[in-house]
Design a protein around this ligand. Structure first.
Ligand code: KG4
Ligand code: ZN
Length: 344
């Protein structure tokens, strides 16, 4: 008797929430058949940060080409796709709308189900791509340019936020400090690099705690402390050592992220811990978590840098689990700039 072949689930995913126009084809939630990312970083570098109106216009110019390339690189026709997943929030409204509109048009024209995906759920799901054995429950720290969330991943698509930033996101702090010491945008990778030549104990910057909320974060005080330090040096005519400032700032961020995350992992009795988002590719952060998790006998997971920063493969993975749960979006799906995790 011939064995019945289970049908592969192929998700075409689209991501346009910030400054990357991205599309991907993901097979069965784990195999990335293509991962096309058209970055606008160079364009925004001129302005020292993302200019929303420019981002939307660039997405419009590139989206169709990026989607076509994702299909052709995957060697898959639109007909073979099972469903279309798209980031519908949070993010820049004009940027999100481009991806959402493109996904809706394809879903309508090709008669394929449409699935709206939360951007943070995408970042968390990036961990499933290379860690085939990772399954919920686990705790995940999502650190990016727009978000700093400590999340309990109770099941696929089931989340509880344990802590979040009260002001700046971790990546935002990296970007602002980098700008202040003249490293340019985006600051995270530049601070990461220059810090390797600096002394992380050269300057003591504050490690902020939020009263009564052990797992919440605050980075604006740290950012101000760095700015104050730079101003004081300038006034006194002292030449600053950029590498020392970068390394000391980075250590202050890493210390707080590790301490808060690991104490939550302990209190909630998690055996697994993951990181996600652009800042998760920071080398000092990875090393610090590796050491801390090893000490506490916690399994530690992290995606490759290409799956840490914004990409559509992570949306395809999250879309796969949402598809299996039966999540379907209508053609009234809208961009929701401040969408909360767990909300629909
Ligand atoms: O996840 P992502 O691409 O976009 C958002 O969803 O926000 O994250 C971008 C952020 C930027 O703030 C960037 O400076 C930061 O991630 N980043 C890093 C590193 N690579 C990217 N921060 C620290 N170290 C890095 N190596
Ligand atoms: Zn992101």
């Amino acid at each position: 008797m011939e064995e019945e072949k289970t049908q592969d689930i192929l998700i075409l995913a689209v991501e346009s929430s910030c400054d990357e126009t991205a599309a991907s084809v993901v097979k069965n939630g784990q195999e990335v058949l293509s991962n096309v990312i058209s970055s606008q970083i160079e364009l925004h570098t001129l302005y020292g940060g993302v200019v929303p109106e420019i981002a939307s216009r660039k997405h419009i110019e590139r989206i169709n080409q990026v989607i076509e390339e994702a299909l052709s690189k995957a060697g898959v026709t639109l007909d073979e796709i099972t469903a279309i997943a798209v980031t519908y929030g949070p993010g820049l409204v004009g940027a999100l709308l481009v991806g959402v509109s493109a996904a809706k048009a394809i879903s309508f024209a090709a008669d394929k189900p449409l699935i709206g995906v939360h951007h943070i759920e995408g970042h968390i799901s990036a961990n499933y791509i290379e860690n085939k054995t990772l399954e919920p429950p686990f705790a995940c720290l999502v650190v990016s340019g727009g978000h700093t969330h400590l999340v309990a991943v109770k099941d696929y698509g089931e989340y509880e936020i344990l802590g979040y930033t009260r002001d700046d996101a971790a990546g935002e702090a990296f970007d602002k400090v980098a700008r202040a010491i003249g490293l340019g945008y985006p600051g995270g990778p530049k601070i990461d690099k220059i810090s390797r030549e600096g002394n992380p104990d050269a300057i003591h910057f504050p490690r902020a705690k939020v009263d009564g909320a052990n797992y919440d974060f605050s980075f604006s005080g740290l950012k101000s402390a760095v700015l104050n330090y730079l101003n004081t040096c300038q006034m006194k005519g002292i030449e600053i050592n950029k590498a020392d400032v970068a390394a000391s700032f980075q250590k202050a961020v890493v210390d707080v992220l590790v301490e808060h995350s690991l104490s939550a992992v302990k209190e909630y009795h998690f055996e697994k811990f993951a990181i996600a988002g652009g800042v998760a590719s920071n080398s000092a952060l990875r090393t610090a978590f590796e050491t801390a998790c090893q000490k506490q006998k916690i399994a530690f997971y992290y995606p490759s840098p290409i799956f840490c920063t914004d990409n559509a493969a992570m949306i395809g993975v999250a879309g796969y689990y949402e598809y299996r749960k039966g999540t379907r979006s209508g053609f009234d799906l809208n961009a929701v700039p401040n969408l909360r995790l767990g909300e629909r």
